[in-house]
Design a protein around this ligand. Structure first.
Ligand code: NDP
Length: 316
């Protein structure tokens, strides 16, 4: 077998639901699909305690279990999952891509970006100092350490609301602060937070500073926007869920929107032929596991047609 024949058809960067779904559909269509994931396959889903809205599961399923099912299903159809980092995606003059990874260099006709987004930090004094000492970005990972303690949650989206509901099972003393006068989260989740007797919802509030005794968080200085006043309250933990920034650096030559997300068409294609984007990294109006999985299926289908077209051209 020549070196050329050993090259995969598709490299998928990122092993969350979008990437694993793309891998499953591509492999099932007979393409050689290789996924690169630098952490464990599953991506952000891994830290979700209970998913109750993924279709087909009558009872809630943990993010970990769902990620495991995505992974095993993709592998069953022949997708190859690498534990490794992608360092560069060079777009070559002949339209192919050379993908430089910690597990080899590959030249492929199609790359699917499923790199997701990196969580944001508040950027206030004390945040970095107390990371791992009370400041957290993952309720499932760190929530159990603060059972029965006083917890502050920051943010107003689905993550902040969903994770507050998880934390409210561990503590009856949760405060959630959001800078706007209403949640951005889906109405169903936002309503549950506002009616949860363990959660004190404070709109029009921001965090000034996270304070501690050097070893752990002890209090937080808050700003009440409506009354333009600062005040300090004791807290044992601060959970920050204020969104994420798309990871697009590897393909800085592809078009992004004003918020930095990769712009895609209905087939998940970017403005660069052969380069597709799926899941949280693309400019989608609704970021859910189910929409990410759908993106992956569409991109794999479109990639297969694109590769067929290339093969057809080669024989003309
Ligand atoms: P979002 O971007 O949806 O929300 C971020 C929230 O943080 C917003 O309310 C925003 O405020 C606030 N915020 C941003 N920056 C700051 C800051 N510097 N200081 C204070 N507050 C800030 O992020 P999420 O992580 O909640 O969700 C990401 C995506 O994942 C969304 O599309 C969401 O729908 C999806 N998701 C779906 C889930 C599900 O279906 N179960 C679960 C979790 C996430 P403002 O409103 O003012 O912009």
């Amino acid at each position: 077998m020549s070196e050329q024949e050993k090259q995969p058809d598709i490299i998928i960067i990122g092993g969350g639901p979008a990437g694993l779904s793309a891998a499953q559909y591509a492999a099932r269509a007979g393409l050689s699909a290789h996924v690169f994931e630098e952490m464990a396959p599953g991506g952000q889903v891994l830290v979700v305690d209970e998913l109750e809205n993924y279709p087909g599961f009558e009872e809630p399923i943990s993010g970990f279990d769902l990620a495991d099912k995505f992974t095993k299903q993709a592998e069953r159809f022949g997708a190859v999952i690498h534990f490794g980092t992608v360092d560069a995606v060079n777009h070559n003059g002949d339209g192919s891509f050379t993908v430089v990874t910690t597990d080899g260099t590959y030249t492929v006709p199609v790359v699917i970006m499923s790199t997701g987004a990196k969580r944001r930090e508040l950027g206030v004094p004390g945040e970095k100092e107390y990371q791992g000492k009370g400041v957290s970005y993952c309720a499932t990972c760190d929530g159990p350490f603060f059972k029965g303690k006083r917890i502050l949650v920051v943010g107003g989206g689905d993550s902040a609301c969903g994770e507050s509901l998880f934390l409210s099972k561990l503590s009856s003393d949760i405060v959630i602060v959001h800078r706007k006068d209403r949640f951005r989260a889906q109405r169903s989740i936002a309503g549950m937070v506002e009616h949860d007797e363990h959660i004190d919802t404070r709109f029009l509030h921001t965090v000034n500073e996270i304070k501690g005794d050097g070893k752990r968080v002890t209090s937080v200085s808050l700003h009440d926007i409506e009354h333009d006043r600062d005040y300090e309250e004791p807290f044992d933990a601060v959970f920050v869920f204020i969104g994420a920034d798309p990871r697009t650096k590897l393909v800085s030559y592809a078009e992004t929107d004003e918020a930095g997300y990769l712009v895609t068409n209905g087939l998940m294609g970017t403005n660069v032929p052969g380069l597709y984007a799926v899941g949280d990294v693309r400019n989608t109006p609704f970021r859910q596991i189910v929409t990410a999985a759908s993106d992956g299926a569409i991109a794999a289908h479109a990639s297969a047609e694109y590769i067929d077209e290339l093969k057809g051209q080669a024989y003309v």
